[in-house]
Ligand binder design. Structure first.
Ligand SMILES: Nc1nc2c(ncn2[C@@H]2O[C@H](COP(=O)(O)OP(=O)(O)OP(=O)(O)O)[C@@H](O)[C@H]2O)c(=O)[nH]1
Length: 283
């Protein structure tokens, strides 16, 4: 199943972001640190032109720390500055200095022309639910944007003064994720970036179990108390059926699937990153 957004919807979002890009010095692109590839929309790179750009790997508290570092290096090699953040627990400390160092040439130029304390203008963009409003609130230092754990909460706009001497557009730009690779859709569903009803829970759970078996085998074996024969002699669908019985859910596979998904989201398997740098994706 390939999820399609309505082209009209996509275009409206693109035009809104493009319009606002004109008035800012720098774009803060928020991605989910568990999905540094899948939670980005390629249209941003297409419309961003010469604008300075920082990628904020938010929800780093949920992601695999080693892979977060690998992604930061990966972006650096591609020429884009990035930083990890855990906005929920207020860990945005180095963002201010990174924004200033990215804009150092521009600030210097203004200073040479007699403009002291140039007021930087920035905007946040990102797909739904990555933490745009949470970051905005932390930067401003009070609750100005509505936050929620359901995708699509952010609405209208104005300039906000932040604690960093940076003016921020009050409404983050929303870019919809691009889902041409079904794996990307599964990862977005698993992390909660897209609504749960879009994909059947058993498909998402089977994807999760498969991913865990491949990348975090010891963790899944210990959390679900599995032995080698449980994972080696069965397909992933059979594993889900066996887990259903083990959880005491009789034949309620959907209930077991939802539990697996929640166990991933609630860190039962520890901090996990679903995108690996260099992994091949079909366009
Ligand atoms: N664990 C964790 N949760 C976070 C972090 N940042 C935000 N969240 C949570 O993620 C959920 C979504 O956050 P929002 O700030 O509403 O996300 P948004 O990108 O503005 O969402 P939309 O309005 O849907 O576009 C909320 O439940 C936040 O508490 C973080 O760094 N770590």
């Amino acid at each position: 199943m390939v999820l399609q957004w309505y082209p009209g919807h996509m275009n409206k979002a693109k035009n809104q972001v493009q319009e606002r890009l004109k008035v800012v010095d720098i774009v803060l692109e928020i991605v989910d640190a568990r999905l540094p590839y899948s939670s980005r929309n390629p249209i941003l790179e297409q419309i961003i032109n010469q604008k300075k750009h920082i990628i904020i790997l938010n929800k780093a508290d949920l992601a695999d720390p080693k892979l977060t570092n690998d992604w930061i290096l990966n972006y650096k090699q591609e020429g884009t500055a990035s930083i990890e953040s855990d906005a929920k627990h207020n860990k945005l400390a180095k963002l201010n200095s990174l924004i200033r160092s990215e804009l150092a040439d521009k600030i210097d130029k203004y200073e040479r022309n007699g403009v002291k304390n140039y007021q930087i203008k920035a905007m946040c963009v990102g797909i739904p639910n990555v933490g745009k409003s949470t970051i905005l609130n932390k930067m401003v230092g009070k609750n100005v944007a509505v936050t929620g754990n359901k995708p699509g909460v952010t609405k209208n706009q104005n300039w906000l003064k932040t604690n960093y001497g940076i003016d921020l557009l009050d409404t983050p730009g929303i870019l919809w994720p691009k889902i041409t690779d079904p794996k990307v859709g599964m990862k977005l569903a698993l992390s909660g970036a897209i609504k749960d009803k879009i994909y059947p829970p058993d498909d998402v759970a089977i994807f999760a179990l498969n991913f865990l078996q491949t990348n975090y085998l010891d963790r899944i074996m210990s959390v679900y108390d599995l032995d080698k024969s449980d994972v080696n002699n069965h397909t992933t669908a059979e594993l889900l059926m066996n887990l259903t019985k083990k959880f005491g859910y009789k034949e309620d596979y959907d209930r077991a699937a939802r539990r697996v998904i929640m166990d991933v989201r609630n860190l039962k398997f520890g901090r996990i990153t679903f995108d690996i740098p260099g992994e091949f994706y079909e366009e």
